[in-house]
Design a protein around this ligand. Structure first.
Ligand SMILES: Cc1cc2nc3c(=O)[nH]c(=O)nc-3n(C[C@H](O)[C@H](O)[C@H](O)COP(=O)(O)O)c2cc1C
Length: 327
């Protein structure tokens, strides 16, 4: 199929491939810049960073590339507004809000000329975001890593949302190859977002044991945990997730009230941070289902090449006969 053109406001990446934001400090400047340099769209995850740290990350990314760099912030973060306005002041190319959005962020976007891209998982929220002024939407299915807003597969919500809105939509969740990306593009997505596939790259700054944990994962080792944010989170099974499943609260952590609302069952930022530091037993290892299909840690350039070639070599539309059993 022909590569579609992804438009986010006036931004026109060479390829319709977005690297999804990954907190805490999994998608930082080097990964985002490498994806942007390879012709895609890079995203720094601002959640869990101080305002100074986020500003420094954006500046570093801008030194590394002249490509498109956005910032993703979890709406549930207490300092959401400050992180978003800091990113806008640093002239980031676009903002993605994860797991929620508010009217005022669209006003800040209009004031600074920054496109706003909410992540949605239903036609109702997609329509609302379009009405409020979203430049594009990330549509995330249950296959995605991190916090989830749905238990529905990407394919079914994508169809509903494509019908409901006119703005560009970016399909996310479970995509690891060009052939899979092509499937969602042929269903009407204007672009695709991949996170876990880009995490398992040379340029991701997470420790090697963390990246290796996302390679060749068995389907039964991808689990849901109850995040204190109030949403399920998709992660790799380890002793921490097992403790969570048994409802045992981990050792009491000092609360920094980093979330607007929190069940206080455990500190999600601290748990993600432990994993990011390489503690794979006591940390929370967020991961998408795409980890099942990842065979190797690769340079971003090679990941992008496979994606682009895989899209180009795929048929233009899904074959309606594909699921038909023939006698
Ligand atoms: C380690 C990890 C951290 C994530 N952190 C965030 C985040 O901070 N904000 C957000 O909106 N989405 C987050 N996500 C979701 C991704 O941006 C992306 O949409 C999703 O994982 C896509 O599915 P895939 O990983 O199968 O490609 C995270 C995903 C992973 C794997």
């Amino acid at each position: 199929m022909q590569l579609p053109t992804l438009k986010i406001g006036s931004l026109l990446p060479k390829f319709p491939v977005v690297q999804g934001g990954m907190a805490i400090r999994i998608s930082t400047a080097p990964l985002a810049a490498a994806v942007a340099e390879a012709g895609g769209v890079g995203t720094i995850a601002g959640t869990g960073m101080s305002l100074e740290e986020l500003a420094a990350e954006i500046r570093q990314a801008k030194k590394l590339t002249r490509g498109i760099i956005g910032v993703n912030v979890l709406f549930a973060a207490r300092n959401f507004a400050q992180l978003v306005t800091t990113a806008m002041r640093e002239k980031v190319d676009f903002i993605v809000s994860g797991a929620g959005f508010s009217r005022d962020m669209f006003a800040w976007g209009r004031e600074t000329g920054t496109p706003i891209v909410p992540i949605v998982s239903s036609a109702r929220l997609a329509k609302l975001a379009e009405k409020m002024g979203a430049a594009a939407l990330v549509v995330e299915g249950v296959e995605a890593g991190g916090h989830l807003g749905t238990d529905m597969p990407l394919k079914s919500i994508l169809a509903d949302i494509r019908e409901a809105v006119k703005i560009p939509i970016i399909a996310a969740g479970g995509i690891a190859t060009g052939a899979e990306a092509a499937k969602f593009l042929s269903l009407g997505a204007d672009g695709v977002q991949l996170a876990t596939r880009f995490l398992a790259s040379h340029e991701c700054t997470a420790p090697m044991n963390y990246k290796e944990a996302h390679v060749g994962v068995k389907q039964e080792d991808i689990v849901l945990v109850d995040s204190p944010v109030g949403l399920p989170g998709k992660a790799i099974r380890n002793s921490f997730s097992e403790r969570m499943a048994r409802q045992l609260s981990p050792e009491g952590e000092k609360c920094s009230t980093c979330l607007k609302k929190c069940s206080r069952r455990f500190c999600i930022f601290a748990a993600l941070n432990r994993a990011q530091q390489g503690d794979l037993e006591n940390g929370l290892i967020f991961s998408g289902e795409s980890a099942v299909k990842i065979k190797k840690i690769l340079p971003v350039e090679a990941i992008m090449e496979e994606l682009v070639e895989g899209i180009k070599n795929s048929p233009a539309r899904e074959d309606p006969q594909k699921d038909t059993i023939q006698e």
